[in-house]
Ligand binder design. Structure first.
Ligand code: FAD
Length: 406
């Protein structure tokens, strides 16, 4: 006979790993059941022909409090992107960047396609307020679709079309900007306050680190078929019992297991190319001011050379759809965005993520309770904000509810 477990966690994505970490730190016995063969869920990396290919282009931000709390930023070698973007407008590629960190970025702020002096001043005021207003003030603000807030602030023209929409649609994975204004403002805040980074070993190094710390408490190839307070049925017929069950499966599976409404999910597809020469030297995204189908494209190896084993450039280009663009269309838009011929780039991989991020429309709560009933909890980005910070925070909070017995 073995002692009964204190908790079973369903899913070894960021939320499940964060929940298990917090419980283990508090001395509780925990088993994590993961359906697939490795940790990470939506944050995984593969090695393809010597390249590191993340399952969809994604990044971390050093301003995420949960990364600090978990000691991840010290434990993993991180590579940093510049703080800004290239904006493609006709024949011009404008560098728009935080001049405190990239002095050359000031020219794009003043002479780039961000609108009239009045519009640029309004944009500056919005970003400064997002970055530096006390968090409590931002939390108390009315929540609405972000585009409504932009309209009220007189930012609906060039600042939105040439910068905020292309930039944020790559983060929120939706381009109508109907996402919660409080979350969109929080995103701007983290971008000003923190650095955009990726682990040198790929995004999957983060969940791999957390899973390593948990050792044999994580069981792979264990798909949970049903849950109830204090028990789970694993596919194949085993029933396991514990004081608490934390369901940290992906949003749609969690909804099915728990009979909750399934959130709408946004899709993204990233195409990964290798090129003998990078089209630019800086580690910055290129964004399209002309509303083309590529939401962003970035030379990963300009920030993280370890993403390529052979010194070539690795470029990630994303579209907001579950299917890739036809090759000829992709090449035409890449040529235009980068201003160089890209037909010779070698396609390394295509990552389709049909259910990448849960929608968080304006007016949604940024936090939903993790405790459903005694002995049954739920965690994941769908209970908080659609981000790694949201997933990690939700997992930690679920564990704290378990520890508090409420
Ligand atoms: C392409 C893409 C780009 C992104 N970009 C960013 C970004 O730039 N910045 C940012 O902060 N966030 C980004 N995110 C969001 C971030 O990756 C997610 O919010 C986070 O990884 C979600 O973690 P989770 O633990 O909530 O869920 P998941 O990662 O979905 O984990 C759920 C886990 O549960 C397992 N599971 C499912 N069903 C079962 C079952 N029945 N039994 C056992 N196990 C099960 C799954 O296999 C999975 O491992 C991006 C996401 C994607 C997909």
């Amino acid at each position: 006979m073995t002692d009964p477990l204190d908790a079973i966690v369903v899913g070894a994505g960021l939320a499940g790993l964060a929940a298990a970490t917090r419980l283990v730190d508090a001395g509780r016995s925990v088993l994590v059941l993961e359906a697939s063969d490795a940790p990470g869920g939506r944050m995984r990396s593969d090695r393809v022909d010597g390249f590191t290919v993340d399952r969809g282009f994604q990044v971390l931000n050093t301003a995420y409090p949960e990364l600090r709390r978990l000691g991840v930023l010290e434990a993993l070698p991180m590579r940093t992107f510049d703080s800004g973007a290239y904006l493609r407008a006709g024949d011009d590629l404008h560098l728009v960047a935080d001049p405190r960190r990239v002095p050359a970025g000031v020219t794009g702020l003043v002479r780039g396609p961000l609108g009239s002096p009045l519009e640029r001043a309004r944009l500056g005021a919005l970003v400064a307020a997002a970055a530096y207003a006390p968090a409590g003030v931002l939390r108390r603000r009315r929540d609405e679709p972000f585009r409504d807030l932009l309209q009220r602030h007189g930012l609906a023209g060039a600042p939105t079309e040439h910068f905020l929409r292309p930039f944020l649609s790559g983060v929120l994975l939706e381009d109508r900007l109907t996402t919660s204004s409080r979350f969109a403002v929080a995103v701007l805040r983290t971008f000003v306050r923190g650095d955009v980074v990726v682990p040198d070993g790929g995004m999957g190094s983060l969940p791999a680190l957390l899973a390593d710390r948990l050792g044999d408490r994580v069981r792979y190839g264990a798909r949970v078929a049903a849950v109830r307070p204090g028990a789970v049925d694993v596919e194949g017929g085993t029933t396991l019992r514990a004081g608490a069950v934390v369901v940290a499966a992906d949003p749609r599976t969690a909804a099915a297991l728990l009979d909750l409404p399934a959130p709408a999910m946004h899709a993204v597809t990233t195409t990964w190319h290798a090129a003998d020469r990078a089209p630019v030297d800086r580690p910055l995204l290129v964004l399209d001011t002309e509303g083309g189908p590529i939401v962003n494209s970035v030379v990963m190896t300009n920030a993280a050379p370890g993403y390529a084993a052979d010194g070539r450039a690795l470029i990630a280009s994303s579209t907001l759809s579950a299917e890739p663009l036809p090759d000829a269309v992709l090449t035409r838009h890449l040529d235009r965005l980068w201003g160089v011929p890209t037909a010779g780039w070698q396609q390394v991989a295509v990552t389709r993520v049909p259910h990448a991020l849960p929608a968080l429309p304006g007016g949604s709560p940024l936090r939903r309770p993790e405790r459903l009933t005694a002995g049954l909890y739920v965690a994941g980005d769908h209970r908080a904000t659609p981000s790694s910070q949201g997933a990690l925070a939700s997992g930690r909070r679920a564990a704290e509810s378990v520890l508090a017995g409420r």
